[in-house]
Ligand binder design. Structure first.
Ligand code: PEP
Length: 255
């Protein structure tokens, strides 16, 4: 069976000038952290930085670039939007889909996210599909049911051979940008639940091949512990990915 990937994914969000982004990449790449075959580093950068990032990582084994979003229609009169086909045409291999900030500020529904996933897969782009519950749901203790609906409504129309090609990021909303990290127990519990839900839908072998990243205040000093959980396959990292020394430590924490 294919070994599932361990991934450190940086999400720059709407931060950094082009020049600052270039310097950050240079600082991280000059650390020359060699990645094993089953490890990857992905930089999810703003659209105008994609080509620069792609050429920065071009010579580096298992370092890749990602878009942070794409539009849910194939093409047409959608001024200001960017399609999956466009991303593919400039050689972008990954795209973050359904980040909680997009769900919240841009009203992206599970159904719209299903369309985005389809378009990514049709265009040979691996989606990094984000799911996760808000604080009110965690407090009620219904987080499993909440994420199960996100998976069902956005993913389960996909056949097994396609689901293998996606990466999932579990990001409890109460932990994003708050400095409040899920405990290793909370992360492992949810990741194991997600994997069991995928196994129920697609079988154990397929579920075992899907990388499930944790996101929510991953830092240099907690990455190792979080990534050591058996069902946590790395992280999607916001704030700490903007500081070279911190992100370097996070890359080094990959299993
Ligand atoms: C994110 O952007 O997906 C994220 C988890 O942010 P942070 O690491 O800053 O909490």
């Amino acid at each position: 069976m294919r070994m599932r990937k361990q991934i450190a994914a940086a999400n720059w969000k709407m931060n950094l000038s082009f020049q600052q982004g270039e310097k950050l990449l240079d600082d991280i790449l000059t650390a020359k952290i060699a990645l094993a075959d089953h490890q990857e580093v992905i930089f999810a950068v703003p659209y105008p930085y994609l080509l620069m990032t792609r050429s920065e990582v071009a010579e580096e084994k298992n370092y890749y670039t990602a878009a942070q979003n794409c539009y849910h229609k194939k093409s047409g009169a959608y001024t200001g939007e960017v399609s999956a086909e466009m991303l593919h045409s400039i050689g972008v291999p990954y795209c973050v889909i359904g980040h909680s900030e997009r769900r919240e500020y841009f009203n992206e529904s599970n159904a719209v996210l299903a369309d985005k996933l389809n378009l990514c897969l049709e265009n040979f782009i691996t989606p990094i599909f984000c799911c996760g519950e808000p604080l009110s749901i965690r407090e009620k203790g219904t987080q499993n049911e909440f994420v199960a609906i996100q998976l069902k409504e956005s993913l389960y129309h996909l056949p097994a051979e396609k689901i293998k090609d996606i990466v999932i990021a579990y990001e409890p909303i109460w932990a994003i940008g708050t400095g409040k990290t899920a405990t290793t127990e909370q992360a492992q519990e949810m990741h194991a639940y997600l994997r069991s839900a995928l196994a129920a839908q697609y079988g154990k072998d397929i579920a075992a091949q899907i990388s499930i990243l944790y996101g929510g205040s991953v830092k240099a000093n907690n990455a190792k512990e979080l990534f050591s959980c058996p069902d946590v396959d790395g992280g999607l990292v916001g704030g700490a990915s903007l500081v070279a020394a911190d992100f370097i430590e996070i890359i080094k924490a990959l299993k």
